[in-house]
Design a protein around this ligand. Structure first.
Ligand code: GLU
Length: 496
């Protein structure tokens, strides 16, 4: 049996897009499932828009998601190069063959003439297409254009009307009529550079791709590419087209409409867990088998490794996916809570550089992250959530002092807690909370009236992690110093 070979082929003309990341995931899973190869190829023939910084972002983003490729950029493999710009001569050589066989011809139309042609079509309400004007140029006309110094492009003949059909791995049977393909297509531009549709076919042949899985915005390209495979007398890969990702207003997720939200990098910077992005993206258009549940006991939450074992391209939806930030945040909050504390702590460090981390040991930092992570949606929020820990004392805003710390009951709670510190098992948050509850009972004070003065005196805010965890993280010395400060300050609080 032929080995399955799939690829992700991003154009480095922008940062890694969520849609490209999802396509990469489906290709990766497909390769894993079939014990095949997953290749990274960079489609960088658009030399005006391609940039090394985007290449770096794409590679970093794919790695951050936990994807690895068997061949391709930065890795090598049996079919290099994996950048199209290194194959310019090869594409031209094959285009020459198509020219010789009559599948292609030279087109001398200038950009101005083509623009005028389109304008006229627009005025007449016709669909915009190339009118195949250079198909059968006489030798005389050709010589005249050459004498004028015009540089030709290579165009591939697309006979019309004609049905191009394939059995799509995701969408089932698809038919595209060649009349809808915009006329004979450029395969080599007048500057000698191959177009996407041409280079991609040569690359898929050279790299022996067996399957091409990509977004449905490529369906017309697939029809064009199948015609090229036929002309080159090569076996085409199997194609599968996923729906795209839309927002709640039915707009395709795009940089123009949605800005940085469409880029993986945005989520990396904001402190999303790659596991959450991977789980969310896979789940947007793929459903695990009906009788399957992950180690987590649900079919919603699964790891990349679990998905590798059960992925089936037939279970990828034909429909568009709906991007839902709330759902993504739900996934992220889940992973922030459930990943090993040591992993989350390491990932949290870059968000805590405002603080003097030498103030706490690794174990203390883990304890702090453990106390606050339940309240986070993403790691960029940890700076605000963890602030209470740093410094010996804490700033209590005036309104909090007045509203929460000024009553007699509040002072009783603070005073009584201070006297009970020696009874508190600080290493055990529940034990600490129990001591507070007991003293509250003795004072006849409970709920907000009991907890808020303590929270305010200890952290400057009535919100935050559970009281027992907060006190346990702060430890006896800081708790004592802050309670004393709150009491001695008339109505509480003091400066760091
Ligand atoms: N460079 C194309 C893109 O980024 C890849 C399409 C394909 O997979 O053939 O959309």
């Amino acid at each position: 049996m032929t080995e399955v070979r799939v690829r992700i082929a991003p154009s480095p003309t922008g940062n890694l897009h969520l849609g490209t990341a999802r396509t990469a995931l489906y290709n990766y899973l497909f390769a894993k499932k079939h014990k095949g190869k997953f290749v990274l190829r960079l489609e960088d023939t658009d030399n005006e828009r391609s940039d090394e910084k985007y290449t770096k972002d794409i590679i970093d983003g794919l790695k951050w998601l936990g994807l690895s490729w068997d061949e391709g950029c930065d890795i090598g493999g049996p079919y290099p190069p994996y950048r199209q710009t290194e194959k310019i001569d090869h594409y031209e050589h094959i285009a020459d063959k198509l020219l010789t066989n009559g599948f292609a011809y030279l087109c001398y139309a200038t950009p101005e003439e083509l623009a005028a042609m389109k304008e006229e079509q627009k005025q007449k309400g016709k669909s915009i297409r190339y009118d195949n004007r250079s198909r059968d140029l006489s030798d005389e006309a050709r010589s005249k254009y050459e004498a004028e110094g015009r540089l030709p492009s290579f165009r591939f003949r697309i006979d019309e009307p004609q049905d191009v059909r394939w059995d799509d791995e995701i969408k089932g049977p698809i038919t595209v009529n060649t009349s809808d393909l915009g006329g004979d297509m450029v395969i080599i531009k007048s500057n000698g550079v191959a177009t996407y549709n041409f280079a991609v076919v040569i690359d898929d042949i050279d790299m022996q791709m067996t399957h091409v899985l990509r977004g449905e915005d490529h369906i017309h390209n697939t029809a064009k590419q199948l015609l090229l495979f036929e002309a080159l007398n090569c076996k085409a890969p199997h194609y599968g087209h996923t729906g795209l990702i839309f927002d709640s207003n039915d707009r395709k997720l795009s940089k123009r409409e949605h800005g940085e939200l469409v880029h993986i990098d945005f989520y990396r910077i904001e402190g999303y867990m790659p596991e959450a992005i991977v789980n969310y993206l896979i789940k947007t258009s793929w459903t695990p088998p009906n009788d399957w549940t992950s180690a987590n006991g649900t079919d919603e939450i699964f790891s990349l490794i679990e998905a590798e074992q059960i992925f089936d391209i037939k279970r990828v939806s034909k429909a568009h996916a709906r991007f839902d930030m709330d759902k993504l945040n739900w996934y992220n909050a889940h992973y922030l809570r459930s990943l090993p504390l040591s992993t989350v702590t390491e990932r949290a460090r870059p968000y805590l550089t405002d603080f003097d981390l030498s103030e706490c040991s690794n174990a203390e930092l883990e304890k702090l992250v453990g106390a606050v992570r339940d309240g986070l949606t993403k790691l960029s929020e940890i700076k605000a959530a963890a602030r209470f820990f740093f410094g010996n004392l804490v700033d209590v805003p005036l309104d909090v002092k007045e509203q929460v710390l000024s009553s007699d009951d509040a002072r009783k709670v603070l005073g009584e807690t201070l006297s009970s510190l020696s009874k508190m098992p600080f290493e055990d948050p529940k034990g600490v909370k129990h001591v507070v509850d007991t003293l509250g009972k003795e004072l006849g004070i409970k709920g907000k009236n009991l907890y808020w003065p303590l929270r305010a005196a200890l952290s400057g805010s009535t919100q935050g992690p559970d009281l027992g965890s907060m006190m346990s993280v702060l430890g006896p010395n800081k708790v004592q110093a802050r309670l004393k400060a709150a009491l001695s300050n008339g109505n509480g609080g003091s400066h760091v």
